[in-house]
Design a protein around this ligand. Structure first.
Ligand SMILES: CC(C)(COP(=O)(O)OP(=O)(O)OC[C@H]1O[C@@H](n2cnc3c(N)ncnc32)[C@H](O)[C@@H]1OP(=O)(O)O)[C@@H](O)C(=O)NCCC(=O)NCCS
Length: 163
């Protein structure tokens, strides 16, 4: 099967939703778990668009919640593929809050996720190459390689500490 190379812009994904009381903690801020769920979904959509295959989430790098997002605000998630390996790929998901009345936007989280492309029987499948054209895209992909090395190291350490 020939894998057709794609640009990150072809799979870039933006999700917007309003934070409702059902998503919030008693302080009226969106739950961290809800944000994590949306990050997983936005990242997966971008990776599905790139690979057009089934995927599993292999890793989510450390996640910070820089500002809270309150009920009534919009939560905006922007996902784009940063780098493609053999059967796995990395996606960056930026999360923003937007006040509905003023339009003020703040970056609230940045997450890097790794997805692995799989067939229905679980076999890993190759992913299409990413077209890397600009200096910026090259830099982003190099950084992704460095993050990959670190997360695979952490995985090996976690597996060693399994009982
Ligand atoms: C993720 C998973 C497929 C990896 O399987 P594995 O046998 O350990 O890894 P493989 O040797 O098959 O590696 C496949 C690819 O995944 C990458 N990979 C595996 N574990 C990884 C991790 N923790 N972080 C980043 N990449 C990882 C490998 O580097 C390899 O990439 P490449 O082919 O692009 O070089 C397997 O651990 C799994 O199924 N985990 C559960 C996934 C899940 O349930 N997710 C939540 C719901 S979708």
């Amino acid at each position: 099967m020939t894998l057709v190379p794609k640009r990150a812009s072809e799979s870039a994904t933006e999700m917007v939703q309003v934070v409702l009381p059902n998503d919030a903690n008693p302080l009226g801020y969106i739950l961290g778990g809800t944000v994590m769920h949306l990050i997983d979904i936005a990242g997966a959509i971008a990776c599905h668009r790139h690979t057009r295959s089934l995927l599993v989430t292999a890793a989510v790098d450390d996640l910070q919640f820089l500002h809270s997002i309150k009920v009534g605000d919009l939560i905006i998630l922007k996902a784009h593929v940063t780098c493609v390996f053999k059967t796995s790929l990395e996606v960056q998901v930026d999360v923003y809050s937007e006040e509905t009345l003023t339009g003020t936007r703040q970056l609230t989280s940045r997450a890097y996720l790794t997805f692995v492309a799989v067939a229905r029987d679980g076999e890993r499948v190759p992913v299409p190459p990413l077209i890397v054209e600009t200096e910026e895209e090259r830099r982003v992909c190099e950084e992704a390689h460095a993050r990959r090395e670190q997360r695979l190291k952490r995985k090996t350490e976690s597996l060693k500490s399994e009982v």
